[in-house]
Design a protein around this ligand. Structure first.
Ligand code: ADP
Ligand code: ADP
Length: 236
């Protein structure tokens, strides 16, 4: 369960990123975050896994506050959260498998990756994740040889291989052909069925209406809508 309490983010230049956001996400929910460009969607996701530091408030991940955690405790909490970026953020010269493994290792032992000391268990989990995103036959291909859609699937596999309780995806389709949107959302939905909570920032309302159990709407840093897709359609 993710509990966000009185979360605010003021950037150093004074821009309000988030303004007193309160929301609780239950385990296993599939949540789409919508709003105009600049509304605070990205800041919201980035504060949850501490890519951004909040200015004030609490973010409880299964009861543990990540908002102001530091050191080993922060690393441990971040391990419970997989992050999928708009621009994939993969190491393009490494293989799909190496990217997924490095995601697993990044959080507990950076050096074992350098030394090639992956455990059999790490490999098994990485293989399973890559297979589930449909890349069983591309595991050892260098990422720069893969299409954009395949690269984003590697990034999702990397997030899943961390065995997170929550996956955050920040506009994961934005740099892909729109035809791939349903593929990416479908894959996220499959992992969600296993019980992983999913929060996706999305600017195409139709996709949010189609996939979300729940929609969060942001405007100027404030949470202005929180409800099921049906409630949003009635509003309009
Ligand atoms: P969205 O993801 O909904 O497009 P963002 O979270 O990226 O919105 O941005 C929310 C607000 O914070 C915007 O006004 C944006 O310009 C501002 N912002 C985002 N990142 C920074 C930053 N690093 N420094 C200053 N302002 C920022
Ligand atoms: P998004 O696609 O999430 O809306 P943007 O394209 O607005 O993100 O921003 C890209 C990058 O620039 C992000 O790292 C964001 O934090 C930063 N950024 C956005 N707005 C500002 C701003 N007003 N001042 C400084 N940095 C910003």
């Amino acid at each position: 369960m993710i509990e966000v309490k009185n979360l605010s983010k003021i950037y150093p230049n004074g821009t309000v990123g988030l303004d007193d956001v309160n929301v609780t996400i239950q385990n296993g929910e599939f949540v789409c975050v919508i709003g105009l460009s600049g509304a605070g969607k990205s800041t919201f996701l980035r504060c949850i896994n501490r890519l951004n530091d909040a200015t004030s408030g609490q973010i409880l991940i299964d009861g543990d506050d990540i908002a102001f955690a530091s050191g080993p405790r922060l690393r441990q909490l971040r391990r419970r959260i997989g992050f999928v970026f708009q621009q994939f953020n993969l190491s393009t010269r490494l293989s799909a498998m190496e990217n997924v493994l490095s995601g697993r290792l990044g959080y507990h032992n950076r050096f074992s990756g350098v030394l090639g000391l992956f455990t059999a268990e790490d490999r098994r989990i990485a293989e399973t994740a890559l297979t589930r995103v449909g890349l069983a036959d591309r595991m050892n291909v260098r990422v720069d040889q893969l299409s954009g859609g395949q690269q984003q699937r590697v990034a999702i596999a990397r997030a899943v291989a961390q065995q997170p309780t929550l996956i955050l995806a920040d506009e994961p389709m934005a740099s892909l052909d729109p035809k791939l949107s349903n593929v990416i959302m479908g894959i996220l939905k499959e992992f969600n069925k296993d019980g992983i909570s999913v929060l996706v920032n999305i600017h195409v309302l139709e996709l949010a209406l189609q996939y979300a159990d729940r929609i969060l709407g942001f405007n100027k840093g404030k949470l202005v809508f929180d409800g099921p897709p049906s409630a949003l359609s009635q509003d309009e």
